[in-house]
Design a protein around this ligand. Structure first.
Ligand code: SF4
Length: 686
């Protein structure tokens, strides 16, 4: 019997709707959902082959318990009892929990409640700390909330699209279609990046600049807009505050086109043209991704973008907005569910006594919940786990593989080795599992019901197509059963994900008016949805921002010299990004034959002139050295990259992390880019 089950692609944050074709209990193929407003009957290669890893022989099928140096298979009861015993031996402050941007809202909500209600800790985080903290923090300061302001279909209505730090046509190909749609209606596309990517090919204006000079470019554009009188005076006066300080900053001589051209490598003429196109467009939108936010200085970059869009009045209307493109399928949902150390679901501060009381009342744990104190974030947890005293003793990781994804592998490896107890739930035996005491087999996206929230805040249904392998279970069920065993069956009465979703709507204000049935495909619902008869909200801030006075706040930011600059020892700036065939660390895409056949090994790209300088030929094995580590891989010589820069895809185990090292200290985000490296041929024997 052949069935088509509509669900959501498990890869990028676009959240395309895909039908899984099921025959005799196996997924044999996919078709795009033609009724989805997100992908309108199209899929990129990753979505087309998103079924191929599901039945991989490598899937975890039974719980595993470490005995000395080996793991032995066990049953759920044995695994649960061991986990419960070990977690009960720890004080609340001695446990850390990592949720996952790849898991459903229900998985994440259950884990968040487990952390705060059962373990009594706010030491709870997930990978958004690295990729989108800058967006959450930066946009919250400017607008009062950190989410994408407009919808995906809205991008196609823009007159001018300005895209920075996002190779959209490879990272979010179905959002790339909206850029083409806008262009076919006469819209202009400005693209800023160090590489001549497939996205650059589509651009009407390409600003090829050095990583780390985003703020200088943005301030220069804003200065020119003001000098030419293209700013939206009415919007500035009615809907914003602190404009004078912005004006003073961006009109400084150091941000004039001549100065910024020297600094960034972009011609004066192109800077002026970008300012004119943005300043005179009726509807301009900005798209960006981790190439902009995943930097030291990421928060400043995001605030500069918010400044530009408020300056030109491009907020709160169709075809406008600040649109951060989320990398993983449920980053937005994991944040919405409160899987961060400082917020309950719906961004209610854990430190606010009113919210703390409200959540405590709804959950009704007899022994209370975690204190009204911000917990440790992912970096702090690992640092503390590696300490000798007063440390994190146990960690619960669901769908996270920090041994590969964290910038400083040495620090994480030291930390997990130092843990007294580590439990990991995942679909494959990842590198992090090697250090676990208990490994739990989780169901993947195709094997469970639930919801996920895409980059445009659209909550959509995951639908189960096939059974999990062996005795694997959905994470929400694993957490529920564990919580019940630990004495909290009244607080975890869930029989299926719809029970959890119902509770989410009582706790998480933006989801308040939704029902499990309403978010079914093809449309889903964009939050905020305040009441059951509300259609959802495609565009934020149509008449007021989320700050108490309703105003957006200009925050001038100064360009700062990047933490690392090229010198004679490390002459190249390293940048990284995705390729269309793979996703994240490749755990799933490398097990998809059609995708893995395209790109099978790590490589770097280098400009021909630089290749000549360091005496390497196309296909050579080379060594890449940074101040923090080194790796070897093949080289590809391409004219598409700016001289002085090298590019490396951010996948293939921990390769990139070997170069990035420890996160920079301070309030900005962990630093993947820009860092400086040396490139040299590998001599025999290396
Ligand atoms: Fe999946 Fe993203 Fe491709 Fe859509 S664009 S099919 S969500 S990987």
């Amino acid at each position: 019997m052949l069935n088509q089950i509509p669900t959501i692609c498990p890869y990028c944050g676009t959240g395309c709707s895909v039908n899984l074709i099921v025959q005799d209990g196996k997924i044999t193929g996919t078709t795009p959902n033609i009724r989805s407003p997100v992908n309108e009957g199209k899929l990129c290669p990753k979505g087309t082959y998103c079924h191929q890893f599901v039945h991989s022989m490598d899937r975890l099928k039974k719980p595993l318990i470490r005995k000395g140096e080996v793991f032995i298979e066990t049953d759920w009861e044995t695994a649960y009892h061991l986990i419960a015993k070990k977690l009960k031996e720890c004080n609340a402050g001695e446990v850390g929990v990592l949720a996952s941007a790849r898991c459903s809202n229900e998985d994440n909500y259950a884990l968040m409640k487990f952390a705060r209600g059962v373990l009594k800790t706010n030491n709870l985080d997930h990978c958004a700390r690295l990729c989108h903290e800058a967006t959450m923090t930066g946009l919250s300061l400017s607008f009062g909330n950190g989410a994408m302001t407009n919808s995906i279909p809205d991008i196609g209505k823009s007159d001018c699209i300005f895209c920075l730090g996002s190779n959209t046509f490879e990272q979010h190909p179905l959002i790339g279609r909206q850029i083409v749609r806008a262009q076919s209606s006469g819209g202009k596309f400005i693209y800023a990046d160090p590489r001549y990517t497939p996205t650059a090919i589509q651009a009407d204006l390409f600003l090829q600049f050095y990583s780390g000079s985003d703020v200088a470019v943005l301030n220069c554009i804003m200065g020119e807009i003001i000098r030419n009188g293209w700013e939206n005076k009415e919007f500035i006066s009615l809907r914003t505050r602190e404009y004078d300080s912005l004006k003073k900053t961006v009109l400084q001589t150091k941000y004039t086109p001549g100065e910024v051209s020297f600094l960034t490598g972009v011609s004066e003429e192109d800077l002026l043209r970008a300012a004119e196109w943005i300043g005179t467009a009726d509807k301009c939108t900005v798209l960006y991704a981790m190439g902009l936010s995943h930097l030291s200085g990421g928060i400043s970059n995001v605030r500069a973008i918010a400044n530009l869009m408020m300056l030109t009045g491009n907020i709160g209307r169709p075809g406008t907005g600040v649109n951060a493109l989320r990398g993983q399928n449920n980053v937005q949902g994991a944040c919405d569910m409160g899987c961060i150390p400082n917020f309950f679901p719906g961004y209610q501060p854990v430190t606010d006594s009113t919210f703390h009381r409200k959540i405590g009342r709804i959950w009704n744990f007899p022994d209370g919940i975690a204190p009204a104190r911000t917990g440790l974030d992912i970096n702090q947890m690992f640092r503390k786990a590696g300490m000798k005293h007063d440390n994190i003793k146990a960690m619960v990781l669901v769908g996270e593989n920090p041994l590969v994804t964290e910038p400083d592998q040495n620090m994480v490896e030291h930390a997990v080795k130092n843990l007294e107890f580590l439990v990991v739930s995942d679909i494959f035996f990842t590198k992090t599992c090697e250090y676990a005491h208990v490994v739990l087999p989780a169901a993947c996206y195709a094997e469970k019901d639930g919801t996920v929230t895409n980059t445009e805040r659209r909550v959509q249904r995951l639908c189960k197509a096939v059974d999990p392998p062996g005795i694997a279970k959905p994470d929400w069920q694993i957490i529920t059963e564990l919580a019940c065993l630990m004495g909290y069956s009244d607080q975890f009465p869930y029989k299926d994900p719809s029970d959890i979703f119902r509770e989410i709507t009582t706790v998480c204000e933006p989801y308040k008016g939704m029902t499990f049935e309403q978010v079914s495909l093809p449309d889903g619902i964009c939050w905020p949805c305040p009441s059951p008869d509300h259609p959802g909200t495609a565009i934020l801030y149509t008449d007021r921002f989320y700050h108490p006075d309703g105003k957006g706040v200009f925050c001038p930011v100064e360009w700062k010299i990047p933490a690392e600059l090229p010198d004679s020892s490390y002459p190249f700036r390293l940048t990284s990004g995705r390729v269309i065939w793979h996703w994240h660390t490749g755990t799933m895409t490398r097990r998809s034959k059609n995708l893995n056949d395209e790109v099978q090994e790590a490589y770097i790209e280098i400009h021909p002139a630089d290749a000549e300088k360091v005496r390497v030929a196309d296909g050579d094995m080379i060594r890449v050295r940074s101040r923090k580590g080194q790796l070897s891989c093949k080289v590809r010589i391409v004219p598409d990259i700016k001289e002085g820069m090298i590019f490396m895809p951010s996948l293939f185990d921990a390769a990139l992390s070997r170069l990035t090292g420890a996160p920079s200290a301070g309030p900005e985000v962990s630093e993947y880019r820009p860092i400086c490296v040396a490139v040299e041929p590998l001599s025999g024997g290396d």
